[in-house]
Design a protein around this ligand. Structure first.
Ligand code: HEC
Ligand code: HEC
Ligand code: HEC
Ligand code: HEC
Ligand code: HEC
Ligand code: HEC
Ligand code: HEC
Ligand code: HEC
Ligand code: HEC
Ligand code: HEC
Length: 363
């Protein structure tokens, strides 16, 4: 499984020391740093006023911090510090150097809908995500300068910072459950699965990194690819469903990112006939489908976790007729308990029965 990038501990310590020094030099305070350590586009770029006056809360410390963590070790920079804050320059300037990024964004859902849905014209779109770019432009001919790296590049940010950029606009709707979800907790980012700048002549649906949803997931959950390749599997490769038929990778209120409140509720969405109510219930089939079935794929027919009769014998050991079928007599007599569908030859309605005499699930 891919581990998200982490700034090496040592670099952090360097950055820390550097910061402290600058603090004292500039007479800065800790309280100030706290308020500035996380820039949300909302604060810096979404509001019109902040475009005229320089974004007030993004202090020098921010720029310095980015210098320090960008791997800049030479002291040549210190002569230019503290610098003015970067200012907004507009998309036209960005596109003068980044034509491809400009073109593909213009034709993407973001280029098309940011203005109508969020009131952000295309001219301001780049810096809504990347932050104000004047210093980046000024130092564009030297990629080792601190000024160049004042531009925010999401893949180089901490996971939570990168995600916060997207969540300013996307938290309300589909991503209500993102915070604290299994992916969020393991530092998976929005751009682990989505890609903002892609070729809009042949874009992937929902700005995904790969054309097929399952392939996006397999890039980390490779073992699931194996499970769906087993002889009994949910019809995913056949195109009848995909991972998101059962899961919402943005987080859910249920377990394991499942769309239903429980495993059972998830299955009932499509297998409503198994919901009942039944006149005669088989307790395990009211409790958890996964007691007997594998949800992705397995080696036994019907995705069973074990072959019949062994599956039944996990729970039924004694009884009115012997349920352990592998004694000599059963074998010699080619007992119906073990040939063909085994126990299911007679107990065919295994999920429950509505027949008046279906107590033993035979009908
Ligand atoms: C004068 C030319 C120029 C302009 C104008 C310019 N950039 Fe860049 N930008 C560059 C160069 C050069 C690179 C490094 C390219 C590379 O590594 O392939 C770069 C890299 C980037 C990166 C990646 C940074 C990284 O850490 O790898 C981002 C993001 C970016 N630019 C965004 C912008 C945005 C947003 C604007 C407008 C505010 C902008 N650029 C304006 C020249 C420019
Ligand atoms: C919705 C947020 C968003 C907007 C708007 C946006 N970008 Fe980006 N940009 C990203 C992300 C995220 C990446 C990292 C690569 C990716 O996911 O596609 C990126 C990467 C880049 C890069 C680095 C090179 C690359 O393709 O990886 C450049 C340059 C860049 N953007 C320029 C621009 C310009 C110019 C605009 C405005 C026309 C713009 N971006 C608008 C989010 C955005
Ligand atoms: C300034 C607001 C804004 C920001 C920031 C933003 N988006 Fe969006 N995004 C939108 C709007 C508006 C749409 C159009 C659909 C809608 O209203 O939900 C959209 C749509 C999308 C879609 C759906 C695409 C489709 O084809 O239906 C995806 C995926 C997406 N954004 C991912 C991201 C990611 C990842 C980021 C962070 C890198 C991000 N967005 C940042 C405003 C934003
Ligand atoms: C583990 C992969 C993954 C991660 C992480 C992820 N997404 Fe998605 N996202 C998807 C997939 C797959 C879809 C398509 C769902 C579908 O079509 O059923 C999607 C759809 C979307 C949509 C369109 C929703 C709609 O109703 O059309 C938006 C917007 C979006 N994602 C934004 C985000 C944002 C913002 C983040 C980060 C907070 C994020 N995604 C993180 C995989 C991911
Ligand atoms: C038919 C519904 C269904 C489909 C389709 C499905 N899953 Fe699952 N998945 C489940 C259920 C139910 C669980 C919970 C298993 C448990 O609790 O033991 C689960 C659990 C998981 C887990 C947690 C680890 C584990 O195995 O318990 C991962 C990861 C996962 N699924 C990934 C995927 C991926 C990737 C896809 C698409 C290739 C996918 N799932 C398709 C129902 C489904
Ligand atoms: C960038 C890597 C990455 C991608 C891509 C990815 N996942 Fe995950 N996923 C993870 C990590 C890391 C975990 C946490 C595993 C753990 O806690 O053991 C996880 C956990 C899960 C779980 C289990 C949740 C739980 O409660 O245990 C499910 C279900 C899941 N992912 C589904 C998906 C689906 C569906 C997709 C594709 C849309 C996907 N993942 C794509 C990295 C990824
Ligand atoms: C999105 C709809 C959907 C959901 C949700 C779903 N299934 Fe299915 N299931 C199907 C389809 C479609 C088939 C294939 C039916 C066929 O081939 O006749 C299937 C087949 C099966 C089979 C028979 C497989 C075989 O080899 O014949 C079992 C067992 C099964 N599902 C169990 C479950 C369980 C358990 C869950 C909950 C974790 C679940 N399903 C959730 C759609 C779904
Ligand atoms: C006690 C074990 C057990 C439990 C629990 C169980 N099943 Fe089954 N299921 C079976 C067996 C055995 C078969 C094979 C039946 C046959 O071949 O006649 C089967 C077959 C199926 C099939 C394919 C044939 C059909 O009847 O449509 C589906 C779909 C299915 N189960 C769904 C579910 C769902 C959904 C749940 C949870 C509500 C569930 N099962 C719980 C044992 C179980
Ligand atoms: C997880 C445990 C479990 C598994 C696996 C299981 N059962 Fe059951 N079964 C039960 C329980 C508990 C009862 C209810 C017993 C009672 O009411 O005395 C039951 C009841 C029954 C009954 C009705 C008995 C009665 O006295 O009402 C039959 C028949 C039956 N099971 C057959 C099967 C068959 C055939 C299989 C394999 C496909 C199977 N069971 C798998 C737990 C299980
Ligand atoms: C030839 C048909 C047949 C086969 C095969 C069969 N059973 Fe039965 N089973 C019955 C009948 C008929 C009853 C009703 C009770 C009786 O008349 O003794 C029954 C009753 C039961 C009961 C509930 C009553 C009791 O004895 O406790 C259980 C549990 C049971 N069977 C489990 C199994 C299991 C497990 C298998 C597979 C190893 C199996 N059966 C195979 C016909 C069969």
């Amino acid at each position: 499984m891919k581990k998200p990038k982490v700034v090496p501990g040592l670099a952090k310590i360097f950055a820390g020391c550097f910061l402290v020094l600058v603090f004292f030099a500039a007479g800065g305070g800790l309280a100030e740093d706290k308020t500035t350590s996380k820039i949300s586009p909302e604060k810096t770029s979404l509001k019109k006023e902040s475009l005229k006056s320089s974004p007030k809360k993004k202090s020098e410390t921010e720029a310095v911090k980015e210098t320090a963590s960008s791997g800049e070790k030479e002291s040549t920079q210190t002569s230019e510090e503290p610098r003015d804050l970067p200012k907004f320059v507009g998309a036209e300037t960005c596109i003068s150097c980044h034509q491809d990024n400009g073109n593909n964004l213009l034709h993407s859902v973001h280029g098309r809908l940011m203005e109508t849905r969020k009131g952000i014209p295309f001219e301001k779109s780049c810096e809504t995500c990347h932050g104000p770019g004047s210093q980046h432009v000024e130092f564009a001919d030297n990629t080792t300068t601190a000024g160049f790296h004042t531009i925010k590049f999401p893949p180089k940010l901490k996971a939570s910072e990168a995600n916060d950029i997207c969540l300013t606009c996307h938290e309300a709707k589909a991503h209500f459950h993102w915070k604290g979800s299994p992916h969020d907790l393991k530092d998976v980012t929005c751009i682990s699965c989505h890609s903002i700048h892609q070729d809009m002549k042949k874009p992937n649906a929902k700005l995904l990194k790969k054309p097929k949803i399952a392939d996006v997931c397999f890039s980390c959950h490779l073992e699931k690819k194996g499970q769906f390749a087993r002889n009994a599997h949910m019809p995913l490769n056949e195109g009848d469903m995909t991972c998101t038929s059962c899961h919402d990778m943005h987080g859910t209120s249920g377990v394991k990112n499942l769309k239903g409140d429980s495993v059972m509720e998830t299955c009932f969405k499509c297998h409503a006939d198994k919901r009942g109510p039944f006149l005669f219930e088989h307790p395990p089939a009211r409790e958890n489908c996964l007691t007997c079935h594998n949800p992705h794929g397995g080696h036994n027919d019907n995705l069973l976790v074990q072959r019949v009769p062994y599956l039944c014998q996990r729970c039924h050991t004694g009884g009115g007729h012997p349920t352990s079928s592998y004694d000599d007599i059963a074998l010699l007599a080619r007992s119906p308990k073990i040939i063909g569908k085994g126990c299911l030859n007679c107990h065919s309605n295994i999920h429950g029965s509505n027949h008046p005499s279906g107590k033993f699930f035979q009908r």
